[in-house]
Design a protein around this ligand. Structure first.
Ligand code: GDP
Length: 456
């Protein structure tokens, strides 16, 4: 979506909930005349047309064009009515709360298309909210982020941005820069005999802006980890206990645990939370020489997965210890690797220089989690800050703004012209404007909203 693709006259609709059996489903509509349009297929049109904003109206969705005299009843619903500008998009909206079966929501959405709505594009509701000044770009991006969150900690970081923490921080940094620009403008209008250009403004403001921009840039690595998660791959010989550990971390019986070698021939993956950090966990086929073609492929896939891992947990049966095959894998592995000795409950008395766990009793798991976190957060600040960045796009723009402000300070210290300093500071404001969406090129907007889901 870009501003040139924005068609405010056009009523849009889409299914806003997952297509799966559920108690409730929602079909969302927005745009000019959307209330009148829905009233044409509603059992109580007058009640809907007379409803105030932010109210609920009970009735049935009916296909009045259906041959049946009463109108073909589709579902019993509640309509949430919003009157622009007091709505998510800033336009008139009706949200249809129906039963959550895929057939129900699809029938209602198809009816909406039949009566004149257009299928909404990805992120079109949020895009309209942004265009209509209901949200800035940091909050719009946080909408997608909160939907995509894999752990509660990720959700909480996204919620901070959704409630405007990043917008407020950027706005306050902008104010420091604008105050400085104002002092310089005064100097340009009414020159006094300042010793240096740096004397014309409060240096502390600019230094503060630099340190706050730097904190924002530094926050990105940690925030990215909370969004994308880390890839943790379980590898090791067959029967080392990989599937058991996979299940123990997920706290559910996902993988088949068996003594029969070669049970996991493919790989399994699932999201898990390790101390709040989202982790994509992979259970791979056991490493062993095999004649079985399918299993051999699985073994090759395990090796490939290990190559893309942020950390490999290499499992070794604690009763047996390392053998040649293990040593070879560990030596060849180029990614960070933690050797995990398993079945501690059976291998009593044996201790190893690495971590020793039992998936059965849970012993050693807390220590294992700490070790995993230490590897995946190496060099990353995961401490919760007042405001953190929510996307690579934001990080690039803030880093540019930081460079401009730093350059302005150097120019002032070197006593360049006032114009040079002004130019740097104005550039910084523009970059910060890109983050919040005051000035954002069309193609950037297009790529932001293209990643949204339909209905949001
Ligand atoms: P994989 O082939 O590496 O995935 O190994 P599995 O997880 O399927 O485990 C192989 C066998 O070891 C199964 O019989 C498991 O029940 C057993 N096992 C795995 N972890 C433990 C553990 O911590 N304690 C005990 N006692 N048995 C375990």
């Amino acid at each position: 979506m870009t501003p040139s693709q924005y068609t405010p006259e056009e009523p849009i609709s889409s299914i806003a909930t997952a297509l799966a059996p559920a108690a409730l489903g929602i079909v969302r509509t927005s745009g000019k005349d959307c209330i009148e349009l829905v009233s044409k297929v509603f059992s109580r049109p007058k009640a809907l047309l007379e409803a105030g904003g932010n109210t609920l109206v009970y009735g049935w969705i009916v296909d009045k064009a259906d041959s049946n005299d009463d109108g073909h009843k589709i579902d019993e619903v509640m309509l949430a009515v919003y009157k622009g500008p007091k709505s998510f998009t800033g336009e008139d909206m009706v949200e249809i709360f129906c039963h959550g079966g895929p057939a129900v929501v699809t029938a209602i959405q198809n009816l909406m298309l039949k009566i004149g709505f257009r299928q909404a594009n990805r992120g079109e509701y949020t895009f309209r909210a942004y265009i209509n000044g209901k949200t800035d770009l940091t909050r719009a991006e946080a909408v997608k982020e909160i939907i995509d969150s894999h752990t509660d900690a990720s959700r909480s970081h996204a919620a901070g941005r959704l409630s405007g923490s990043l917008f407020a921080e950027i706005d306050s940094i902008k104010k420091l820069i604008i105050d400085t620009l104002a002092s310089i403008e005064v100097e340009i209008e009414y020159p006094e005999d300042e010793e240096t250009i740096a004397d014309t403004f409060d240096r502390k403001d600019i230094e503060l802006a630099i340190s706050r921009l730097q904190s924002l840039v530094d926050s990105w690595k940690g925030e990215k980890l909370y969004q994308d998660g880390a890839r943790v791959v379980l590898a090791g010989r067959t029967n080392a206990g990989k599937s058991s550990l996979f299940n123990a971390i997920l706290k559910e019986e996902r993988a088949i645990v068996s003594d029969i070698e070669g049970t996991t021939r493919d790989w399994l993956e699932s999201w898990a939370s390790i101390n709040g950090i989202p982790v994509r966990l992979f259970d791979t086929a056991g490493l062993r020489e095999t004649e079985d073609v399918v299993e051999a492929q699985g073994v090759q896939i395990s090796r490939n997965l290990a190559q893309d891992a942020d950390v490999v947990l290499y499992l070794v049966d604690g009763r047996e210890g390392l053998n040649e095959e293990d040593r070879e894998f560990i030596e060849k592995c180029t990614e960070p690797l933690i050797v995990v000795y398993t079945k501690a409950d059976l291998a009593s008395g044996k201790t190893f220089p690495s971590v020793t766990i039992s998936s059965k009793t849970g012993s050693g798991m807390a220590e294992l989690y700490e070790k995993i976190i230490a590897v995946i957060t190496a060099g990353v600040s995961t401490e919760r800050q007042q405001a953190g960045l929510g996307s690579a796009r934001q990080k690039e723009a803030v880093a540019e703004a930081l460079e401009c402000v730093k350059h302005a300070l150097v120019s002032a210290d070197d006593n360049y012209t006032l114009d040079a300093v002004v130019q740097d500071l104005e550039d910084a404001i523009d970059f910060l404007g890109e983050v919040t969406g005051d000035v954002t090129p069309d193609d950037v907007l297009g790529s932001i909203f293209a990643n949204f889901c339909v209905g949001k």
